[in-house]
Design a protein around this ligand. Sequence first.
Ligand SMILES: *[C@@H]1O[C@H](CO)[C@@H](O)[C@H](O)[C@H]1NC(C)=O
Ligand SMILES: *[C@@H]1O[C@H](CO)[C@@H](O)[C@H](O)[C@H]1NC(C)=O
Length: 259
Amino acid sequence: MWTGYRILIVSSLLTEIWMEKQYVSQRQVDPGADFTRNHTVLEGTRFKRAIFKGQYCRSFGCCEDRDDDCVTQFYEANALCYCDKFCERDTSDCCPDYKSFCHEEKEWPPHTKPWYPEGCLRDGEHYEEGSVIKENCNSCTCSGQQWKCSQHVCLIEPELIEHVNHGDYGWTAQNYSQFWGMTLEEGFKYRLGTFPPSPKLLSMNEVTAPLAAITDLPEFFVASYKWPGWTHGPLDQKNCAASWAFSTASNEVILINSL
Ligand SMILES: *[C@@H]1O[C@H](CO)[C@@H](O)[C@H](O)[C@H]1NC(C)=O
Ligand SMILES: *[C@@H]1O[C@H](CO)[C@@H](O)[C@H](O)[C@H]1NC(C)=O
């Protein structure tokens, strides 16, 4: 068994050496090609094949011999792949559709323009046409190989946080996760008060009642002393646009309890 492995290792080493020789001889035959033997290119010969749906050579064209411009990023394997005749070796670095496409072609039309797969890139990742991603409060769509983003002002703007924290304002700003991804408008709408009162409500008169002649207000008062276990810290209304309701309800709880 072990000998078997060793034979396997030795034979794959020989294949590598043979391949390198092929590179070199190819280089000599074709001195015009500006071929820098590249780590990436070598790695490309060893990549694992992945299931692939796209069309490389079909969109890219097929080239004669080794042509270093006839290379494209094979995203699925994070490597380079070729559509030139030279890619057909023991350890192939051909693009996935090389065999099906380039072998069918009678002529080998050299490609005319560098071809990039459809879609967009972001942080080194490839996204298909029509993909939608969220960038803070804006959504970006990949269209015509470019990201097109909505232009909302966000509730959290990282530049503003940085600006505040670099100035001498006596306070520091930070990124509150619960506000991340909201527009400024949504912040106003949902985090602050509720809708303005209707004119009908505004035209109501306040109820006046005579105060008791003697009001006996204590000088010192702490609700949690008076009602232990019945008070709590401020509640989070979340995106409910309900600050009036929240404050009213809190006051009512106190009032009810104090009666
Ligand atoms: C070699 O790799 C560099 C980056 O690592 C790249 O810019 C260059 O195009 C590569 N050359 C070839 C022939 O692939
Ligand atoms: C702010 O917080 C959110 C949620 O935790 C995070 O996704 C985002 O990257 C943070 N932004 C910055 C600029 O730190």
